[in-house]
Design a protein around this ligand. Structure first.
Ligand code: CAO
Length: 444
């Protein structure tokens, strides 16, 4: 074995092109002609193949770098006799330590034979978006490097169905892997047989510019990721939405009475904080809501912790920060965390772990408006609470025999009907109603 450099070969008429995909990592074994990296210019994309077989010792380039002919890609521990067709250079050994300081010229530079130019790589033209769109319909345009296309072909994946997460809306290998995983999970259907999958007719491909001016606005990364997740959740979990209303007149009075105190402590005491507290009480009473289906669909994983996520609208799209161990926190602590996490979400400073581990989600649109909506479950959770705008409603008081103005909060609970029965759905919202209409219970 000998460590050799692998350099960017002659890539045609390009001075410097973007590295858009690294297909190997240190320790990987590659065969001659296996793709190592993908380069992309405005007009073309190309995979750079291994000039000989060996084990990757160190990758010297990263996604986002610019590459030009002769640039160092990686060091490859070449297999014996495997490099004859593609000579490359020996890795430069470190200069031997010398006892006395000596001018640099005194340490002989090890001979570094010029690498034999590898064969010219023929760039593969990036498909014309319009042509690709038509070509891959039904679905959408699929930008992917030749290696990813090969990988997809080997797995029988139709790239037009795969969501892209790479630069310039490019499908990368991990997207294909995620797609295959998703398909396998779908087939398992959470353990409940899916009758041959869902057959839908292809979406029509329409050139909207024939009707008037159009422009294309790229979807943000968050929108693309959340869109794919929402679609999967909507299609795989049979949703039922239970609507209810809670009388929050007393709770709102209480909240307002506590607001000044809370502000002194730098906290905005919001209705959402009380809703999170009430939800955890309902989750403890109805543990099937604090659960996930096991991956084989044979059981229910009941969670002994109570982490609640809340949908947060940011300029880049929807994110769901998670407040952990809500059962151990009082309403003020929850409100403080809500404020911190929402601010972080809007400043794009949320850490991955701050969006993980949720058991249940609340989507509050009350500050914006609306009377009811059907939220999509944040799977693998099994339920989500939608909250709409509260309003003063006339409520009949059977004792006084008169209508009274009360502040009514609309609730929309979507649940996964594989896990939750309709009766439990109604029990859960009734429990929430009770908690929210009696502030003493809520704070106990
Ligand atoms: N009814 C009436 N008014 C309400 C209300 C409700 N249910 N909930 C909040 N409000 C009012 C508040 O009183 C407040 O008014 P003031 O500014 O006059 O005090 C205002 O709306 C803002 O509310 P807030 O500061 O309490 O914030 P919030 O807790 O309502 O919202 C957050 C926080 C992060 C949930 C919100 O900013 C957000 O991003 N909401 C959108 C969530 C979303 O996009 N969901 C859809 C996901 S798809 O299923």
């Amino acid at each position: 074995m000998a460590i050799k450099e692998v350099l960017v070969p002659d890539i045609g008429n390009f001075d410097s092109v973007d590295v858009i995909d690294i297909l190997v990592k240190a320790g990987d074994t590659v065969a001659k002609d296996d793709s190592l990296i993908t380069l992309e210019s405005d007009k073309a994309s190309m995979d750079i193949p291994a000039p000989f077989a060996g084990t990757v010792k160190e990758v010297k380039i990263k996604v986002g770098d610019k590459a030009a002919q002769g640039g160092l890609i990686l060091l490859l521990d070449a297999e014996e006799g495997g490099s004859t067709a593609q000579p490359a250079t020996e890795e430069k050994p470190a200069p031997a330590p010398v006892a006395q300081a000596a001018p640099a010229a005194a340490v002989p530079e090890p001979t570094r034979p010029a690498p034999e130019p590898p064969p010219t790589i023929q760039p593969q033209a990036t498909p014309n978006p319009i042509a690709a769109h038509v070509e891959t319909a039904p679905g959408k345009q699929a930008h992917a490097s030749p290696s990813v296309r090969k990988f997809a072909r080997e797995l029988g994946v139709n790239l037009s169905l795969v969501s892209a997460s790479g630069p310039k809306n490019r499908i990368v290998q991990s997207d294909v892997q995620a797609f295959v995983k998703g398909e396998l999970n779908k087939q398992r259907g959470g353990g409940i047989a899916s009758a041959g999958g869902i057959a839908v007719i292809p979406a029509p491909v329409i050139d909207f510019s024939q009707f008037g001016g159009t422009e294309i606005k790229a979807l943000s990364r968050i929108k693309k990721l959340s869109g794919a997740n929402l679609h999967r959740n909507w299609v795989t979990a049979p949703h039922v939405t239970q609507f209810d209303e809670a009388d929050i007149t007393d709770l709102e009075d209480f909240r307002k009475s506590m607001q000044a105190d809370a502000e002194k402590r730098g906290v905005k005491l919001t209705m959402l904080a009380f809703l999170i507290k009430a939800s955890v009480n309902a989750l403890r009473t109805y543990p099937n809501f604090n659960a996930s289906l096991s991956p084989d669909g044979e059981g229910l994983i009941l969670k002994q912790y109570y982490n609640v996520g809340f949908a947060c609208d940011t300029p880049d799209g929807l994110v769901v920060p998670v407040i952990r161990d809500v059962n151990r926190k009082d309403v003020l602590e929850i409100a403080a965390e809500l404020g911190e996490l929402s601010a972080k979400a809007r400043e794009r400073k949320l850490k991955v772990e701050e969006m993980q581990g949720g058991c249940f989600t609340i989507s509050s649109l009350g500050g914006i408006g609306g009377t009811a909506f059907t939220p999509i479950i944040n799977c693998p959770e099994v339920a989500i609470l939608g909250v709409s705008r509260s309003s003063i409603q006339p409520v009949f008081n059977s004792k006084t025999k008169a209508f009274e103005p009360r502040l009514i909060l609309p609730l929309s609970l979507s649940y996964d009907h594989r896990v939750i029965d309709g009766a439990d759905g109604a029990r859960f919202t009734s429990h929430l109603r009770m908690m929210l209409s009696d502030v003493r219970r809520l704070l106990l």
